[in-house]
Ligand binder design. Structure first.
Ligand SMILES: *Cc1c(COP(=O)(O)O)cnc(C)c1O
Length: 369
């Protein structure tokens, strides 16, 4: 099936990560190909880019006094181990409602030096809440469950023990959904989603209480692998560097994207843009005789990752395949969810007009199937 050129989006990348990298950002990287790439990460040229990224993020998230932007290598998956070793004192509570939330739970359960976590579950497509519980020193929740397209409001747990931390996996939400950072202690993510960069880096916006916790645990003498040592990451970040060699292109592209977001109006602009894209897609689905938003409860429907179910009369796999053959890629659903579904990233890099074009392309494919 050949989709007419005039129906197609200008950019066919709708994947949830790695996701669309803006060509203008890649061109900016090409401009520094011989002066930045391939140079020492302990020298000013690279440290200035780390500083640009950290400063930009501090501005984007309107960092309150004492909060710090900490970075390290290994992406969000590595950060779960960092948090397991360096942020949870004994017992954590998790809101687990999909693949990504459950992976952090597994890491904590496997740690012999931690108490049994409390896990609050909900079926995929919905979300549980965190609830105050005595003895819990860290509450953990994803802001946006990328596997299901469920996004939840982020606020502190009322009645929690004094000093309990709130850790938010914002990997697919940061930079695309609004957040009040004062409601969080650790807002962590990786830059291959809303930040339109490449993978391999973790970024954690940390409160003074979270920083103090990291030092407290380190000083307690707990064994912490050097690569996962959060105190080292905090100290290195303050020097605008990472413990070991980072991917320089990843840092540059993330800094470029952050500056682009700021130049357009910051987080508020980003959240408005993803809301616009989501509006286009969900409205289309609600008006389609064969499609519907997978997330039933409207308030939980994500503006950054949309999941669209299809009627049994239609094979969503065939739609994704036809789109892919026409250069419109990564609309396949999260494999393990096993739904007759398309999943579409609506990160800030994605043009709302391209989302509109995508709906036209899906209609074209549906008519031809
Ligand atoms: C993509 C994603 C991850 C995994 O990130 P990596 O950098 O690949 O480890 C974790 N959590 C959420 C919510 C994600 O969307």
């Amino acid at each position: 099936m050949i989709i007419p050129e005039n129906l197609k989006p200008a950019d066919g990348r709708f994947g949830c990560g790695p996701s669309k990298v803006r060509p203008v950002a890649v061109a900016a990287l090409a401009d520094v190909a011989t002066t930045f790439l391939g140079t020492s990460h302990r020298q000013a040229t690279v440290k200035n880019e780390v500083a640009r990224l950290r400063r930009g993020l501090a501005q984007l998230f309107s960092l309150p006094e004492g909060y710090e932007v900490v970075i390290g290598n290994g992406g969000t998956t590595a950060f779960w181990e960092v948090a397991t070793f360096g942020l949870i004192r004994d017992r954590a509570q998790f809101a687990s409602f999909g693949e990504f939330g459950s992976k952090f739970v597994s890491s904590v359960k496997a740690a012999p030096f931690l108490g049994e976590p409390s896990v609050r579950k909900a079926d995929p497509g919905s979300a549980p809440t965190l609830v105050a519980e005595a003895g819990i020193d860290a509450y953990c929740i994803p802001q946006n469950e990328t596997s299901t397209g469920v996004a939840v409001p982020i606020r502190r747990v009322e009645g929690a023990d004094e000093g309990a931390l709130l850790l938010v996996d914002a990997t697919s939400a940061a930079g695309g959904l609004a957040v009040d950072i004062t409601e969080t202690d650790v807002y962590y993510f990786a830059p291959q989603k809303c930040f339109g960069s490449d993978g391999g880096l973790w970024i954690a916006v940390m409160s003074p209480a979270a920083i103090a916790r990291a030092f407290e645990i380190k000083e307690s003498g707990r064994y912490i692998p050097a690569f996962l040592d959060l105190v080292t990451a905090i100290e290195q970040s303050r020097l605008e560097q990472t413990y070991n060699t980072p991917a320089l292109a990843t840092i540059f592209l993330a800094a470029e994207q952050t500056d682009w977001m700021l130049a357009n109006g910051g987080l508020e602009w980003c959240a408005k843009r993803t809301a616009e894209s989501a509006g286009v897609l969900y409205d289309w689905a609600l008006n389609s005789p064969v499609a519907a938003p997978y997330v039933v409860e409207e308030s939980l429907r994500s503006n950054v990752v949309a999941t669209i179910d299809f009627d049994d009369s239609v094979d969503a796999t065939a739609i994704a395949k036809a789109l892919r053959a026409n250069g419109i890629v990564d609309t396949e659903p999260y494999r393990k969810l096993g739904r007759n579904q398309l999943r579409i990233a609506l990160f800030p890099s994605v043009e709302p007009a391209d989302v509109e074009a995508l709906t036209k392309c899906i209609d074209f494919v549906l008519a031809g199937l």
